[in-house]
Write a protein that binds this ligand. Structure first.
Ligand code: GLA
Length: 380
């Protein structure tokens, strides 16, 4: 078991303190689970395709003890405590906690009432998987309290079940697997058909490179109709092609409908770009993936139509200022972009991104440098 991430340990102490002050005793345990960026492989997960996320050093922590009734406390949302009489119909942030407990029970891992204090520094609404981080931390905490030893890929499926069936967001499995399975210093190449995976070394600093994460501060919503309608397009295209999923669609496949054919071209091309990215990274030439990142963005913008004016502004400005590659990351319609830059050019790119947003009257983006961090682990 690797050592807790430094940041996760700090958050763990803060979560423990919050638990003590709210519930008057120390928690039995605490688990931390991170947010993520997806390096490449977007809108491929629900098509049984390839993804390549890495964990960010931002964590949600769930500190927990068994109790006679459910009590959910969070340090955000004004430090509120929610005491649902049962696991049904819980809303807001507490829905993620109730949903995970419900999904565990549904999956045969019985869990009884607990007190949970939740603490997180994963930016919310930034497309960096703050909700998956909460789900995964809570899942591991509840499993730990009840002595369930759940394999990480199964845990990802259970957390996704909470998101899909309880919270009601029709996502794939990218975010939960990233939070549970990623490793420090690596990007995780995963086949979403069977969750088989390979941890590929991704040490930017050895190459004098930096990965900037640009949170555009534009609201994003993937529980809404657009995400679901992309899924429906993919299912329809697969049906017309007579394949189980677009993963099986051959290069150049077409169904004779302009919109569906563009969705199809994105998914087929994106899977190939993930495979090419893995090959380049294994060859040790990290800078060489820049063009693939940018090609991914263009495809998401033009063929899949999930980008936004804020994301396009950030990507164009980063490239204009010398980034080696840039793309939106996550579901799109707002959220965050990433840019691969020479470390020496990071400041220049950051300034260009900020100036471009200001010139168009867009919200001021928040830029930070990402390092691939440790996936979910126990911190107390
Ligand atoms: C969101 C979803 C993921 C995935 C991405 C797009 O982040 O939660 O399951 O579909 O969008 O790649």
């Amino acid at each position: 078991m690797p050592e807790p991430d430094h940041r996760a340990r700090t958050l763990g102490s803060e979560a423990e303190a919050a638990f003590r002050s709210e519930f008057g005793a120390a928690p039995a345990l605490a688990w931390a689970a991170p947010g993520r960026v997806n390096l490449i492989g977007e809108h491929t997960d629900y098509n049984d395709g390839f993804v390549m996320p890495f964990a960010l050093p931002f964590y949600a922590v769930a500190a927990a003890s068994k109790a006679d009734a459910w009590e959910f406390h969070s340090t955000f949302d004004g430090g509120r405590t929610v005491r649902p009489g049962s696991l049904g119909g819980v809303e807001g942030w507490a829905a993620y906690l109730a949903g995970v407990a419900w999904a565990l029970n549904e999956s045969g891992y019985e869990v009884g009432p607990a007190r949970i204090a939740l603490h997180s520094d994963v930016p919310q609404g930034a497309g960096l998987s703050s909700s998956a981080a909460i789900e995964c931390a809570v899942l591991l905490a509840l499993a730990g309290l009840h002595g369930h030893d759940i394999a990480r890929d199964e845990a990802a499926r259970i957390a996704r079940k909470a998101e899909n069936e309880y919270v009601g967001a029709p996502t794939g499995i990218l975010d939960q697997s990233a939070s549970l399975l990623c490793e420090a210093g690596r990007a995780m190449f995963m086949d979403c058909r069977d969750l088989s995976r390979e941890q590929v070394p991704f040490r930017l600093e050895d190459e004098g490179l930096t990965m900037l994460v640009v949170d555009t501060d534009a609201p994003h919503r993937h529980a809404d109709g657009e995400y679901a309608s992309r899924r429906a397009d993919c299912e329809r295209a697969a049906e017309l092609l007579g394949v189980a999923s677009l993963r099986e669609a051959p290069d150049g496949a077409a169904v004779g409908d302009d919109r569906l054919d563009r969705r199809l071209r994105h998914v087929v091309g994106e899977n190939r770009r993930v495979a090419d990215t893995v090959a380049i990274l294994k060859g040790g030439a990290v800078a060489g993936i820049g063009e693939l990142l940018t090609a991914s963005h263009v495809s998401l913008r033009d063929d899949y139509e999930v980008s936004s004016v804020e994301l396009d502004s950030a990507v164009d400005a980063a490239l204009g200022a010398g980034a080696l590659g840039a793309r939106m990351t996550g579901g799109g319609f707002g959220g965050s972009a990433i840019a691969l830059v020479e470390a020496a050019a990071a400041r220049k790119v950051e300034t260009a991104v900020a100036e471009a947003a200001a010139a168009q009257g867009l919200p001021a983006p928040r830029v930070s440098a990402a390092r691939p961090a440790q996936g979910a682990h126990r911190v107390h």
